[in-house]
Design a protein around this ligand. Structure first.
Ligand SMILES: *[C@@H]1O[C@H](CO)[C@@H](O)[C@H](O)[C@H]1NC(C)=O
Ligand SMILES: *[C@@H]1O[C@H](CO)[C@@H](O)[C@H](O)[C@H]1NC(C)=O
Ligand SMILES: *[C@@H]1O[C@H](CO)[C@@H](O)[C@H](O)[C@H]1NC(C)=O
Ligand SMILES: *[C@@H]1O[C@H](CO)[C@@H](O)[C@H](O)[C@H]1NC(C)=O
Ligand SMILES: *[C@@H]1O[C@H](CO)[C@@H](O)[C@H](O)[C@H]1NC(C)=O
Ligand SMILES: *[C@@H]1O[C@H](CO)[C@@H](O)[C@H](O)[C@H]1NC(C)=O
Ligand SMILES: *[C@@H]1O[C@H](CO)[C@@H](O)[C@H](O)[C@H]1NC(C)=O
Ligand SMILES: *[C@@H]1O[C@H](CO)[C@@H](O)[C@H](O)[C@H]1NC(C)=O
Ligand SMILES: *[C@@H]1O[C@H](CO)[C@@H](O)[C@H](O)[C@H]1NC(C)=O
Ligand SMILES: *[C@@H]1O[C@H](CO)[C@@H](O)[C@H](O)[C@H]1NC(C)=O
Length: 497
């Protein structure tokens, strides 16, 4: 009786908890993977209370015991066929990988397979059976109310995703999606969706504005509008989540919540991946976290929590593919942050910094002649002290116009107390929260803090976004951009996703 009551209370508190949370994915393709104890220490230090694992590694599940951290575990794709074909195999899996760890380890969800429809379509016919068998095994152990069962999807199964109101799941998958949604609905579970505005953006060949992908403010006339619903979209993330809501309602499922099981931005890429930068990764993830924790919801469902797991905790250096593939992490394997997120509020998830530093830097790829002109102006009429740029002085190296203009632009910006319009230089300057200091070259505005090799990116505390008048002027100065182009392109992109 007491147990039943306890389970009842647990179930009630889970469903009553409507605040969105931020979690992180923990991939382990890391050559010097930290020990489970170190991983958990990092999670605790960063106030991360929700994680998703790609398997059910025993050592990490043991290390997570008695931490209260809520854990989504996964049935790897290579075990899916076996589980989907045999309820006994499913029951065994639950015994070995779940019952062995609960309640000490707070397992709250099981992702049965990862992007199966798009990566392992031949297992699709057994997918729903696999979820049902896993669920039955949980029911048999009275764990079904505290542990939800679902499966992750690539957002590429959503077609015609803009405008969101016209989105639908690729109809080839209706024979799977309909019973799947029925199962999610009847078991009180949720749709697990991976949302990657980074890929939407790069596949759009620059037609989707970077600002729209990064949650930066858009001028109202540049927002994407769904002409059926008249809802305004200010970022790609919301548009994709709403497309999923609409795709579900197209199949008559209107009450299945969405949890975003992966989203992020790579901080480094090869020469063909020019938008995989520290600044973009920091901006995306900082804005994403703020957006989610604010319980903003989406235009279709304002205020409805869209909890999100960031991809990912560590840079996975062993992953194959382009350079970006190894650089989605928030942390290096040694626990040093790749960059410090622009979040305030000590004690909240991933938030350490409490200051508001911003800097003015030369825009990458800006016309060198314009940079030189701006540099000359700043060091001349602008009255900036440019002596640190002289040969033999701390900021001489690297001796190129981008680096020198960056120093001078920033010095001017700080000298003008960062007043609006002072980081423009005819559009070749941009405000950033990443401290450009390096070695002994300390930029004005960095409070004497130093950029070191190890911590080179971890010195940019700010509570604010990197948006500014000059930024949007840079992106929109041409005035040729039209939201109808975005709409069309988004529709096209959906085909490639
Ligand atoms: C397990 O995680 C859930 C979801 O975050 C939370 O509500 C619950 O309190 C946690 N349980 C324990 C024992 O910490
Ligand atoms: C598996 O299914 C069979 C027949 O459908 C049933 O008799 C058996 O009890 C099930 N086993 C488990 C472990 O659920
Ligand atoms: C829909 O899914 C089928 C089966 O995977 C695939 O062959 C087809 O290309 C998809 N359609 C689109 C438009 O992506
Ligand atoms: C959804 O419901 C409507 C109205 O009840 C019905 O006409 C339609 O066929 C349903 N669609 C699906 C995919 O079940
Ligand atoms: C937070 O949510 C409110 C509405 O609930 C919204 O007006 C505001 O813009 C949101 N802030 C952020 C940073 O998303
Ligand atoms: C963030 O704060 C925690 C707790 O105060 C601390 O242990 C951790 O080292 C800090 N991280 C950074 C990058 O400063
Ligand atoms: C950060 O900025 C806010 C608003 O601009 C200000 O109230 C706060 O004092 C600043 N914090 C620090 C540490 O400078
Ligand atoms: C900054 O770091 C360099 C070494 O990278 C060091 O020589 C210099 O003294 C440091 N400056 C400050 C202000 O800490
Ligand atoms: C990097 O930053 C952390 C936290 O601020 C600090 O403890 C550590 O000493 C720094 N490392 C170096 C090499 O400066
Ligand atoms: C950003 O800073 C401005 C003032 O500089 C402030 O009004 C605004 O609330 C800040 N936004 C966030 C999300 O902190």
């Amino acid at each position: 009786m007491a147990l039943v009551l306890l389970l009842f209370l647990l179930a009630v508190s889970v469903s009553a908890d409507e605040d969105a949370f931020i979690g992180v994915n923990i991939g382990t393709d890391v050559s010097d993977m930290p020990s489970p104890t170190q991983v958990v220490a990092l999670l605790k230090a960063q106030n991360i209370h929700h994680v998703r694992l790609y398997d059910t590694d025993r050592a990490i599940l043991l290390a997570l015991a008695n931490t209260g951290i809520s854990v989504t575990v996964s049935v790897p794709n290579d075990q899916l066929l076996g589980i989907g074909q045999s309820n006994a195999t499913a029951a065994n899996w639950i015994t070995r990988n779940v019952i062995a760890h609960v309640p000490a380890t707070n397992i709250t969800a099981i992702a049965v397979g990862s992007e199966v429809l798009t990566t392992l379509p031949n297992a699709a016919p057994v997918l729903v059976s696999a979820l049902k068998f896993i669920h039955s095994a949980l029911v048999a152990s009275n764990l079904d109310r505290q542990i939800k069962v679902s499966t992750t999807h690539s957002s590429s199964i959503i077609l015609d995703s803009f405008p969101p109101s016209q989105a639908f799941f690729n109809r080839s998958w209706d024979p799977v999606m309909v019973p799947l949604l029925k199962f999610l609905q009847s078991s009180g579970s949720y749709l697990m969706l991976n949302v990657y505005p980074y890929y939407d953006y790069i596949q759009s060949n620059d037609v989707i504005p970077l600002d729209y992908a990064l949650f930066r403010p858009l001028p109202p006339n540049k927002e994407a509008v769904d002409h059926n619903t008249l809802l305004h979209y200010t970022n790609v993330f919301d548009a994709v989540v709403d497309a999923a809501y609409f795709a579900m309602s197209y199949l008559n499922f209107t009450n299945v919540p969405i949890v975003v099981t992966e989203s992020g931005w790579p901080s480094k890429g090869d020469s063909s991946e020019r938008d995989a930068t520290l600044d973009n990764a920091n901006t995306y993830n900082s804005n994403l976290i703020r957006h989610v924790l604010n319980n903003t919801g989406t235009p279709k469902h304002p205020g409805v929590a869209v909890s999100t797991y960031i991809y990912e905790l560590y840079n996975e250096d062993l992953r194959s593919g382009p350079v970006s593939e190894k650089n989605w992490g928030l942390f290096n394997a040694n626990g040093v942050p790749v960059y410090i997120l622009h979040l305030t509020g000590a004690g909240t998830v991933l938030a350490n910094d409490t200051t508001n530093q911003t800097f003015c830097v030369a825009k990458n790829n800006a016309d060198p002649k314009m940079l030189q002109a701006g540099l000359d102006w700043a060091c001349g009429p602008g009255k900036v002290d440019c002596s640190p740029l002289l040969q033999g002085q701390p900021c001489y190296d690297p001796d190129n116009v981008v680096a020198h203009a960056t120093y001078a632009f920033n010095a001017y910006f700080q000298q003008m107390a960062k007043s609006p319009g002072t980081c423009d230089f005819k559009g070749v300057a941009i405000i950033t929260t990443t401290n450009p200091s390096h070695g002994s070259c300390i930029f004005p505005g960095s409070g004497g803090k130093n950029g070191t090799r190890v911590n080179e990116t971890s010195l940019a505390p700010s509570s604010n976004t990197t948006s500014s008048g000059c930024l949007s002027e840079y992106y929109y100065g041409g005035g040729s951009f039209r939201s109808s182009v975005i709409l069309g392109l988004l529709a096209l992109i959906a085909v490639f996703l």
